[in-house]
Design a protein around this ligand. Structure first.
Ligand SMILES: [Zn+2]
Length: 647
């Protein structure tokens, strides 16, 4: 889902900086009273969510875009999970009139509880693990909530009805299970409407028939689908198709239902999306619904919503279309397992839009995407990617945290793990969780398996923790050409004391030579020693914007604290030097303290080996090191560094 928000400032940015066709930002402004209502609603629906397993729905709806109401019949196939289950809890707003509920061709009774519980009373104990079904006929005027749920409106004077159920709105217009634990395995959607209108929905249009009641459109979707992704839109659409050749050779339709008055803009926008669909299809997992279609239906909400196989969009810019398309993998095929984990939908969709910019647009466009998201996130000093209040729709869909910071978390994981490992881990995650639900620890586990080490520290800082770091880089090159780089860090929020990160530093010579360094920054005030092949004239912090940070500074200075303190270098000696298999560190007795540690660092500043100083004489095995020049750092209350040669 993505809400469009265009301000004068952003328009200025479009023209002069981004040169993009569109700028979107999700801004949600629900009143507090509405949020409280949502809170009530969510607690109401969860208690009976696992009582039965949804297998199939047949939706038969009558919809006239000129009239704000829905009427029809749903048939639900299910399997009970509970021995002796009789009360089946569906979620449907209490305002609907229930015309009948049929079970085995018999009318059965029901009860309503609270605002959203419709309890279907089965007259006999349901058998566990046996497929059964119930048919509910109902009609009424859907309540307005969330981002709309069910909206009757018009475009250029023509009436339209469209739905947008995320996050809790399905129950505003059909009897559902409104949680995030049970996908319906397949659905049929029949929509009957006056003949001048056309109805869009999930899956493939497999039938269309007209009689005195109007035209009935039959859509069929044969993939598992979360309830909030079931959608319909009905108006006088113009329809056209783009062909998309997928990686496996499938020629798949991209089917577009657009307002006749916007046909030209839509055609150029969707044509430009074909290559993005092919790109996404190639990088992580094949397009998940390739046996059916991808498509767009234009609607009146100010943004887009990734309804499965049929995104609803208000306009056809690169940003919005790339974002909604990405959700077919992240959100639809793999759905966040709770609203707390919404970044698994929105962070990924935002990041994939960035990847599409990186792949297809000018380098400056990708840089602008990064700097734009970074400045959005760091405009405030607090906030976690983890949603800390899932009863608040505006918190769940926080543009700054779930979208921008979520996407930057992915970008930083890519930096930390490297492209190969990062993309492989995402592929594994999608394959493992395809057509199912996932939570953040599921994704973290897949990353750790490929990375080969724990990422708890990273997730504690960046996912559960709040805020971001600010870096101060001080550098000094001595006459012997050693370059010392000291990196200080402060954090914007006290939930994180320090962000451990590999820090990218670019060094340049006056003559234009340059070298990228990757410095494993593990503590505030850490000093790195580098032996560049040139005299350094300029040092830049993170020129490619890998790390979410703000107010960073770089200055040339004298490094007088920590391990660059020349006088304290004498507090230990190193021998033999050169050495072949071991080096020994001898610390003068008056300098030895408990809790001292050592690192062996190469000339790039990368830490290769490390350990604790056990006593005033410590022996370090260096057999595995390639031949070359290294530094050994001894760190404690005071620190020192000395070089040695491995032969
Ligand atoms: Zn989205």
């Amino acid at each position: 889902m993505r809400r469009l928000y265009i301000s004068l400032l952003l328009i200025f940015k479009i023209v002069f900086i981004n040169n993009a066709q569109d700028i979107e930002e999700l801004i949600c402004k629900e009143s507090r009273s509405f949020e409280i209502m949502q809170a009530y609603r969510e607690t109401e629906i969860l208690a009976h969510e696992s009582d039965f397993d949804l297998k199939y729905y047949r939706f038969q709806w009558d919809v006239n875009p000129a009239i704000n109401k829905i009427g029809g019949m749903i048939t639900c196939h299910f399997v009970s999970n509970v021995v002796g289950l009789r009360n089946m809890y569906f979620n449907l707003h209490k305002g609907f009139i229930i015309d009948s509920i049929l079970y085995h061709q018999q009318n059965i009774t029901y009860a309503k509880e609270g605002n959203y519980n419709l309890i279907v009373q089965i007259p006999q104990d349901l058998s566990v693990d046996m497929l059964d079904s119930v048919t509910i006929a109902y009609h009424g005027v859907p309540p307005s909530s969330g981002f709309g749920s069910f909206i009757q409106s018009n475009h250029s004077g023509t009436p339209i009805i469209w739905t947008l159920s995320e996050p809790f709105g399905s129950q505003d217009w059909w009897p559902c299970k409104n949680g995030l634990t049970d996908k319906i395995d397949s659905i049929d959607v029949f929509i009957t409407t006056p003949t001048q209108h056309k109805a869009a929905s999930n899956g493939l249009l497999i039938g269309q028939s007209t009689n005195s009641d109007g035209t009935t459109y039959h859509w069929k979707h044969n993939y598992p689908i979360a309830p909030y992704l079931v959608a319909i839109a009905v108006t006088n659409y113009s329809i056209y198709t783009d062909d998309v050749l997928l990686g496996d050779g499938t020629n798949m339709p991209m089917l577009n239902y657009v307002y006749p008055e916007n046909l030209g803009a839509a055609q150029s926008g969707t044509a430009n999306l074909v290559k993005v669909l092919q790109f996404y299809d190639s990088i992580f997992h094949p397009y998940p619904f390739a046996k059916e279609k991808y498509g767009h239906a234009q609607f009146g909400w100010g943004g887009g919503m990734e309804h499965q196989t049929m995104s609803f969009v208000t306009s056809f810019g690169f940003s919005l279309l790339s974002h909604e398309l990405a959700h077919q993998w992240f959100g639809d095929m793999v759905t966040c397992g709770s609203w707390e984990d919404i970044w698994l939908n929105e962070g990924f969709a935002t990041y994939l839009e960035g990847l599409a910019r990186e792949r297809f647009n000018a380098a400056s466009d990708w840089m602008n995407w990064k700097s734009g998201n970074m400045s959005t996130v760091t405009s405030q000093s607090n906030g976690s990617v983890k949603v800390d209040d899932t009863t608040s729709v505006s918190r769940i869909f926080s543009s700054r945290l779930s979208y921008s910071k979520g996407s930057y978390l992915l970008h930083m994981l890519r930096w930390k793990l490297g492209d190969d490992a990062f993309f492989q881990a995402v592929r594994n995650y999608l394959n493992d969780k395809e057509y199912s639900f996932a939570k953040t620890p599921d994704f973290q586990t897949h990353l750790e398996v490929v990375y080969g080490a724990s990422l708890s520290e990273f997730f504690n800082d960046w996912y559960y923790g709040q805020g971001h770091p600010s870096y101060e880089v001080i550098w000094q090159q001595l006459d012997n050409d050693s370059l010392y780089i000291k990196i200080n860090q402060t954090t914007s929020h006290n939930s994180v004391s320090f962000f451990e990160m590999p820090v990218p530093i670019r060094i340049k010579s006056a003559g234009g030579l340059e070298q990228m360094l990757r410095l494993e920054h593990l503590q505030d005030g850490q000093v790195f020693t580098v032996l560049p092949t040139f005299r350094v004239s300029n040092v830049d912090f993170d020129p490619e914007l890998w790390i979410l940070s703000k107010n960073n500074t770089v200055k040339k200075g004298t490094i007088t604290t920590g391990i660059r303190n020349q006088t304290s270098n004498n507090f230990f000696s190193l021998f033999p030097n050169p050495s072949t298999s071991v080096v020994q560190v001898q610390i003068a007795q008056q300098h030895f303290k408990p809790n001292m540690s050592w690192n062996i660092v190469n000339v790039m500043g990368e830490t290769l080996l490390s350990g604790n100083v056990q006593s005033s004489l410590t022996t370090i095995d260096i057999l595995q090191l390639p031949k070359g020049v290294y530094f050994i750092e001894v760190l404690g209350e005071e620190g020192g560094i000395q070089s040695f040669v491995k032969q």
